[in-house]
Design a protein around this ligand. Structure first.
Ligand code: B12
Ligand code: SF4
Ligand code: SF4
Length: 398
């Protein structure tokens, strides 16, 4: 400050301008390996009512954390989640990987794992990078408080991403980038400072296409509502049924799951915008050995120790052994081959009722005498009421 004859001249601010801040944050995020970065004001959601309607209709199924009153309020307004939040830095990280053997989809003896789950858990990897980004902003640019979110926070990530100009919310509900498709993870850092903002993405590039809705095997995609919001009944989505649902998969939906044993990519694979998807250069997202088209018979015999070793650091551990083997049993039932009977007969004696019940269903689908004998034998000793019901149904008595 300079003082001349009693006049105190205010010192020029040394803080970078919002435009400079945004550019430096964008540059740093790109350097850290994120593929795209957009910056949006963290004001109230324009889509809070659509979200509240969705949970009000029960479309979230058993994902109770989505419907809690406080969680809905936080999604409506990021400032409820992070007091003082003014800006959202939204990043995308591409994870697309090509099938080593494209024949797997048509081979019912092998399972399909969703592309995002073929290697490292993206949650940890992205969260670490986003926290490092926030720390860098705080150390290098200006003091900030805020918080990083990847998937699990009470944040409407896709709305923020489209507000930050990254793409549009498509009919399959995914955030699609016009130059990169939809095989991108999203992450958000909410910050308590004003930044310069990108233009929101306005256009809906789905046009008259309906390929995803037609291809969804379970009818989970319901198209757009009268406001233009894409709607999905998560209770029918294979991703929900094979990952989030902890109990039995409804019997009427099992045949529609085919050989998808963990998650589902069908509505993305049929999307013309994924023609532009390029395989991720990040080794963290290359398929681990054995995760690209695993043998269902081999997976059905997996012990707890094998499960823990094989899925260390993988998103698949979320399903736990019993959830994964439930899914594998369903896929074996959909295969319906007599070759599956021996492993299913062993699974009928598994310590987990969830595995026994789905193995019973799968045995019933093979329609063979050996399967009937295994089922009848287990019926004599089975104590769990639900598994007994499944055995009876598989024997045609339920
Ligand atoms: C719950 C959840 C699921 C559920 C429900 C999915 C769904 N479509 O709602 C299940 C388990 C089924 C699921 C599956 C998958 N998921 Co998920 N999931 C989430 C999670 C945690 C919340 C999504 C949510 O709130 N859904 C409720 C609906 C109502 O909200 P929404 O999808 O954001 O929809 C908005 C529109 O309806 C919109 N809207 C309202 N009015 C209007 C009006 C107009 C004109 C428009 C355009 C839009 C609009 O507003 C809503 C709220 O903002 C997000 C992470 C997050 N925190 O956001 C990841 C997330 C959406 N999932 C992701 C992924 C990768 C998947 C799978 C591909 C995994 C897999 N391979 O199995 C599948 C894809 C299935 C699909 N087609 O969606 C990514 C998607 C990335 C992307 N590019 O879009 C996310 C963002 C996680 C991440 N951080 O990367 N998921
Ligand atoms: S992920 Fe699969 S089941 Fe879910 S909406 Fe898309 S196509 Fe349908
Ligand atoms: S398949 Fe067609 S309708 Fe579905 S998301 Fe892609 S462009 Fe949109």
């Amino acid at each position: 400050m300079s003082e001349v004859a009693g006049y105190v001249q205010p010192m020029e601010s040394t803080l970078p301008s919002p435009t400079e801040l945004s550019e430096r944050i964008r540059g740093r995020a790109l350097e850290m390996g994120f593929g795209v970065v957009g910056i949006a004001p963290a004001h109230e959601s324009a889509q809070g009512d659509a979200y509240a309607r969705w949970v009000g209709e029960g479309m979230h199924g058993e994902m109770g954390y989505l419907a809690r009153e406080d969680a809905v309020a936080k999604r409506r307004d990021p400032a409820v989640l992070v007091p003082g939040a003014k800006s959202a830095v939204v990043v995308g990280l591409e994870y697309y990987n090509v099938d080593a053997d494209p024949g797997v989809t048509a081979d019912p003896s092998r399972g399909i794992v969703a592309r995002y789950a073929r290697n490292h858990d993206y949650h940890e990897l992205m969260k670490e990078r986003l926290i490092a980004l926030q720390e860098w902003i705080d150390a290098e640019l200006l003091p900030v408080t805020g918080r990083a979110y990847v998937d699990t926070g009470a944040v409407l990530e896709r709305e923020l991403a489209s507000r930050a100009g990254l793409g549009w919310q498509a009919r399959n509900t995914m955030l699609i980038q016009p130059r990169g498709g939809s095989f991108w993870f999203l992450g958000v850092v909410l910050l308590d400072v004003e930044l310069a903002y990108d233009q929101p993405f306005q256009k809906d590039h789905c046009g008259t296409c309906n390929a995803c809705v037609s291809a969804c095997p379970t009818g989970a995609l319901l198209g757009r509502d009268e406001t233009g919001a894409p709607r999905m009944d998560a209770r029918r989505c294979i991703s929900y049924l094979t990952i989030e649902l902890k109990g039995a998969i409804p019997r009427d939906l099992r045949p529609m799951i085919g050989n998808r044993v963990y998650g589902c990519d069908i509505c993305q694979e049929v999307c013309p915008w994924n023609r532009f998807a390029t395989p991720s250069a990040d080794p963290a997202f290359l398929a681990r050995e054995g995760l690209d088209g695993p043998s269902l018979i081999e997976w059905m015999t997996m012990t707890q120790e094998e499960f823990s070793a094989r899925f260390k650091g993988s998103p698949i551990k979320r399903a736990k052994r019993r959830g994964l083997l439930r899914n594998v049993a369903v896929a074996l039932g959909n295969w319906g081959s007599p070759d599956a009977i021996p492993v299913l007969a062993v699974a009928l004696n598994d310590e987990e009722p969830l595995v026994r019940g789905h193995a019973a269903w799968a045995l019933g689908r093979t329609g063979r005498e050996a399967a009937r004998q295994a089922l009848a034998g287990r019926a004599e000793v089975e104590a769990d009421a639900w598994v007994r019901e499944e055995i009876a149904a598989a024997l045609g008595e339920g």
